[in-house]
Design a protein around this ligand. Sequence first.
Ligand SMILES: Cc1ncc(COP(=O)(O)O)c(C=O)c1O
Length: 305
Amino acid sequence: MLNAIGHTPLVQLTRLVEPEAAEVWIKLEGANPTGSYKDRMALAMIEGAERAGRLKPGQTVVEYTGGSTGSSLAFVCAARGYPLRIVTSDAFAREKLATMVAFGAHVEVIHSPEGITPELVPRMMRRAAEIVTEVGGYATDQFNNADMIDGYRGLGREILEQLDGRVDAFCSYIGTAGCFLGVGRELHRALPDVLRVGVEPAESAVLSGGAAGTHHIEGGGPGFRPPLLRDDDIDEVMTVPEAEAFAMARSAARDLGVFSWPSTGANLVAARRLAARLGHGKRIVTVAVDSGLKYLAGDLYSEAS
Ligand SMILES: Cc1ncc(COP(=O)(O)O)c(C=O)c1O
């Protein structure tokens, strides 16, 4: 099952942009086994810990997660035989909570009806640390785990192979920054002039120097700078208002057939802006983070929206 991770399709979105704009290509990461690029980093975190002897056979793995990492870790732990304890919240899609349970994880839910507040992720982190002590577990601690960046290097290499080494810019919505860093560093190694654009919610524009705030673009905008993100990893930050990210996710499904979530909507908003700015002859790559099937129980695609 773990060999099914990666090698996802990359397609060009010709109708997203004007004819005089740059090309936009999107990596369809919903094709991974749990429907998200997080499968790549979950495997990298477990294999990295196994290799270094930090994770013992049968030891309990512990993580705080918005649900995508948890679903992927639950999948990898099921395939590898590790018990898993998860701390998450009802601010995130309930399909993800159900997925973790389906793969056999023990899931603890922190109530946060307001959405993703600046206090939520730190609270989840504190509870996960308590569980690690209680059960003698192994903390994958995604925000501080350098192994997870390696999980996305393959994504960067696939992009280079699929586009014959020609990429001018890469943009991606930032949560832990794992995808942005793994892909960005791999592209930068091959193409030192590539433009690496990080994307964040306008309502919590911390990387742009703004204040942390509440928003609903699940997957990123945690309200603090991800610790693994260095200044020389990022050339530019773009902010996208959540209303624009949600509208783009809906229109991407209806008009382009790209079925995902507003983190991908934010990626597409940023890619379209970059395409207009860089112009004809340039090539921009972004990522469809996950499958829209993870979000059907919420409001995103409901008839009322
Ligand atoms: C739906 C979604 N979008 C975007 C991201 C951001 O990815 P990363 O943590 O690699 O920055 C995540 C991460 O959890 C996510 O779940």
